[in-house]
Ligand binder design. Sequence first.
Ligand code: ADP
Ligand code: MG
Length: 702
Amino acid sequence: MKPTAGAPAPAAERLERPVTALRGVGAALAERLGKLGVSRIADLLFVLPLRYEDRTQVSPLGRLASGQRAAVEGEVLLTEVVYRGRRQLLCRIADGSGMLTLRFFYFSAAQQANLARGTRLRCFGEVRRGPAGLEMVHPEYRRVGSQAVPLEETLTPIYPLTEGVPQGRLRALVGEALRESERSALRDWIPPAAGLPAGLPSLTEALAYLHRPPREAQLAELAAGRHPAQRRLAFEELLAHHLSLKVRKRALKTDPAWRLADEAQLARRFLAALPFALTGAQQRALAEAERDLTAGVPMTRLVQGDVGCGKTVVAAAAAARAAGSGFQATLMAPTELLAEQHWRNLRDWFHPLGETVALVCGSQGARARRSALAAIAAGEVRIAVGTHALFQEGIEFARLALVIVDEQHRFGVQQRLRLTEKGQKDGRLPHQLIMTATPIPRTLAMTAYADLDISVIDELPPGRTPIHTVVIPEQRRAEVVLRIVEACRAGRQAYWVCPLIDESDELRVQAAEETAASLSAALPGVRVGLVHGRMPSAAKDAAMLAFKAGKIQLLVATTVIEVGVDVPNATLMVIENAERMGLAQLHQLRGRVGRGTEASTCVLLYRAPLAPLARERLRVIRQSSDGFEIARRDLALRGPGELLGTRQTGLAQLRVADLMRDADLLPQVQEAAEVLLASYPQNIAALAARWIGADERYGRVG
Ligand code: ADP
Ligand code: MG
């Protein structure tokens, strides 16, 4: 079993045949297999087991314990249909050491007849305690004759199922693919020159091992995804994804883009008019963006920085450069609330400089929207702020040169790509500036965002005082209400974030309304306002404006205020049912306070009893205010999938690899990618096809 890395072995084509070339696979089965991503025989090898079972030895019935998954053998003593609440088939077996009941809720008459007294059965299933001793519910079983039937020699793989493809059938098909691969080795698209990490098996060996692990294999190591065979595949999968992103970036960088020279010096004038100076980190990020904007190829830059580090001004300065060069820039925000806030900020900044800023969002009045769109299409407005409504069909920009996406973790890769296509004009792609507060470690970011250049703002504006976070049980709500009175009396403002009772908007809104009503009854001297996602835009706007202007002192809100909202005079935040929220969300929410020079407090109310994980999360958020640190702890608590979000990176659906667990492979993934790009470009499309499939997102690969 030697992998071939050079010229294609002719026999390898056997594996490239459609699955229908296998005996007994017709069109119907092929279609169902398609749902597992299988169309060619080789694809079967990449349907990897979810877990394994040890059926290599038979356990005596007398030694079974509840909770154990085991293979057993015994002779049927009795089979009967009984009614215990519902109709069921019970079959009692014995092996001399003990007895076991098999319980079936779904069964046929033929099945019943097959389980006659005296029949020998081999069963596999989970042992549990039943009403009359140990039992297995719906075990896998087969009849065995008087002679000893050989046991499995390897661990039994359990595959992900898709409707209409039974486990046994899939196992057999993978077995056939494995036999084919013994005759004609699978092509290994990673040439020796690309340097596989030391100690990893060949591709063929890795696959053979994972589909048929030997009896002595370490199940714990396999379950943790740390076996060298898994790492071999993880390396290849990460490489495939990384390469496809790099190829995409490379393709993009061959396109021409406008050079934004800012003849009008608008960016300089914008910065000079700000009431503060940029921090060093902001200056660095802006300088990097400006270098890209003047280079003549499309910028694709990600600005990463913790909540409150001041990404908006950096974006605005870039927009100023576009406008000052006679082009248009647009800033897209994930919520209307944030879009409106950005619009007001930009309007206030740019109005004195003679620039009009337009707002486009889904819920604004038809008339206002139509006139904004007309002005954008005519090129009368050079800076437009909005939600994704900005990129719906039918919206035309006259001279769009820069697309800024704020809080991009809320958008998908797809949306981002669509948006650049929209801006394509005269064969030129707009520049992209993407802003995110989701902190991920650098090597990880370089792989996950390989299609982007990355700037990091790792410094907060001066004069911020750290937020004091306290965790308090709900019973002490009254104390918390007193704190609001104190804050308001001191001329400060507060947020009250309502619980996530349900996924339904309706119920959230209702809860927010009730909370607002009860708080305003409890706080007679305090002006209470309310915002939630279902409010008409004008009402939401009015509430936010009133809060910003200090006319509302306590703002009761749903998590709509999670991203971006900026009111520096707000120094107290109360979050109800904090135990239900994830760390990233709590960190984002808390980032709404601590934006001024005054000390801020965040009160996390929880409902007892706390589950251990919830307790740990609250402890982390109380102890740390550093987004990177919180992200790291979050990863340790629950794994990377959720934190990174599956939508925001190009590495949406990893099958074997895990960005965090396999992070140590990343430097070598990056090196190998360079080798393939330089010397084996023809292998890249094949790798992408194997691991990513013909996903349209990767259309430009290869
Ligand atoms: P985020 O990075 O979370 O989007 P914002 O852009 O909303 O942060 O900025 C947070 C607050 O900090 C805003 O009120 C903004 O005006 C202010 N700010 C930004 N940069 C500076 C700076 N260099 N000095 C002082 N305040 C700043
Ligand atoms: Mg922001």
